[in-house]
Design a protein. Structure first.
Length: 447
């Protein structure tokens, strides 16, 4: 097991990882920018190293500074959290070259999944169902027309270097195709320095369902069920739940079994998330994330397994603590992302939190690094906390969520809490009847 882990992140996820380290008796080091000196995780860590000024480029993304902090403190592993360097293959390679363990998959696996064309090709080879489309990059308009005619309109053009919704263009008819292809290519070239694009059948009203998987790096793979993350705004998830209201146990076991076997065959190590669009009872792979995700607590709630413990165990060579048959799905969990934003316009609302009171009681978890009197710096994302509610079934979970939202107090700044108080009372949400476009439509019709 590791002696000392360096946490290369900030905010609620730095605190989340720190808690896991403490439980395992592992010493902790946090790195932070000058804007985060008074953050909770800095106070609670055994050691902290200031690695630079507020802009992420010069601190949380500064590989040299982070490696230096490892050398100075004698950390033997790094947990990258999510965002920042968590899916940076070069960072994983550099740490390996310094004999420091990156708590995550190999640089090569990160690289494959970062290239969306290569990721899709790999998924297909491993037996994962993918969205019908081009086999690789589209070289010209002629090829685009041929593929589109084959799969049928509408189609979507995506950047291979994109992901998370960046650089996508929909073409509803052949007449739209030329413009869609050219704009997708030039936007991808400008944004990513790589203008490779691919083409897929455009699914009109899917749900976003993702499978939590783990590999031990030695040919064993398991799945921890799915999360339904269809409620999004501008590709930012807002509300996530497990299980998906759309799936039954047989469907879960079937797609879960496919994913676990794929992860085993790939020789993948650590936590991963396989993202699907789900429409008319069919799963279609779109991307794989090679990190721990923001919404991992809903999976922890229904399985009772600490996924950060599991990441640390696997990275240290201790293997997975569970076999597939040990993983049981109990009840239902919902996560609400509480952002320091205006609940209608989603404009960031940094500033000082004058009063912070979190709900409690059975089935309630709040992951947050903020406290009364904390000043939210304006330099980073606006997530200030996550409310995760667990119940024996979805109805109990929703009743408990409504109660927890009533108890939650965040004064001094605007937050997205009022949005959740509206959503929890909405009939479509109560029925689990929503797709990836539901929230944007709801917000557009509010005024
Ligand atoms: C799609 C799609 C429809 N058809 N691909 C957006 C994020 C990126 N990960 C993939 N995305 C989409 N890919 C096909 N073939 C619709 C979306 C999409 C979406 C997906 C998940 C959650 C929210 C979304 C909002 C708009 C579009």
């Amino acid at each position: 097991m590791f002696q000392k882990i360096l946490i290369a992140n900030r905010g609620e996820i730095a605190l989340r990882v720190l808690r896991a380290c403490k439980e395992l008796g592992i010493q902790t080091v946090v790195v932070h920018s000058t804007a985060d000196s008074d953050a909770m995780h800095v106070r609670l860590a055994d050691e902290s190293v200031c690695i630079g000024p507020p802009p992420s480029r010069e601190s949380y993304l500064n590989i040299h500074q982070i490696v230096a902090a490892c050398e100075i403190t004698g950390a033997d592993a790094v947990h990258p959290g999510y965002g920042f360097l968590s899916e940076n293959a070069k960072f994983a390679d550099i740490l390996a070259a310094h004999n420091i363990t990156f708590i995550g998959p190999s640089g090569d696996h990160i690289r494959i999944m970062g290239d969306k064309i290569e990721a899709k090709r790999t998924a297909k080879r491993l037996g994962i169902p993918v969205v019908p489309g081009s086999d690789g990059a589209i070289s010209d308009e002629k090829e685009a027309k041929r593929v589109a005619a084959e799969i049928g309109y509408p189609v979507i053009i995506k950047a291979s270097a994109g992901g998370g919704g960046r650089g996508m263009k929909v073409a509803r008819t052949e007449a739209d195709l030329e413009v869609a292809l050219q704009t997708a290519k030039s936007e991808a070239g400008a944004a990513f320095g790589d203008d490779a694009v691919y083409i897929e059948k455009y699914l009109e009203k899917p749900r976003h369902i993702e499978l939590q998987v783990f590999g031990d790096g030695a040919g064993r793979g398991v799945h921890f069920g799915e999360r339904d993350c269809s409620l999004q705004r501008r590709h930012q998830k807002v509300w996530e739940e497990a299980n998906s209201p759309a799936l039954n146990a047989e469907e879960r076991a079937r797609i879960g079994g496919i994913c676990a076997k794929a992860i085993a065959d790939l020789g993948y190590s650590g936590a991963g998330t396989i993202e699907f669009l789900y429409e008319n009872g069919e799963f279609y792979f779109i991307e794989m994330n090679t990190r721990l995700q923001v919404e991992h607590p809903v999976t922890e709630a229904i399985t009772g397994i600490d996924l950060v413990h599991e990441q640390i165990r696997v990275a240290s060579g201790g293997g997975l603590s569970v076999r597939q048959e040990d993983i049981k799905f109990n009840g239902h969990a919902i996560e609400c992302r509480i952002n320091a934003e205006d609940p209608r316009t989603f404009t960031p609302s940094p500033g000082t939190i004058t009063h912070f009171h979190t709900p409690g009681g059975l089935g309630i978890r709040v992951d947050s690094g903020v406290y009364s009197g904390y000043r939210i710096p304006p330099y980073y994302d606006s997530l200030i906390g996550k409310l995760i509610v667990h119940g024996r079934n979805r109805v109990e979970c929703m009743m408990r969520l409504r109660r927890a939202l009533d108890e939650f107090v965040v004064d001094g700044i605007k937050t997205t809490l009022p949005l959740f108080r509206d959503l929890v009372g909405n009939p479509d949400i109560a029925n689990g009847d929503y797709d990836i476009h539901w929230l944007e439509k709801y917000l557009a019709n509010e005024d």
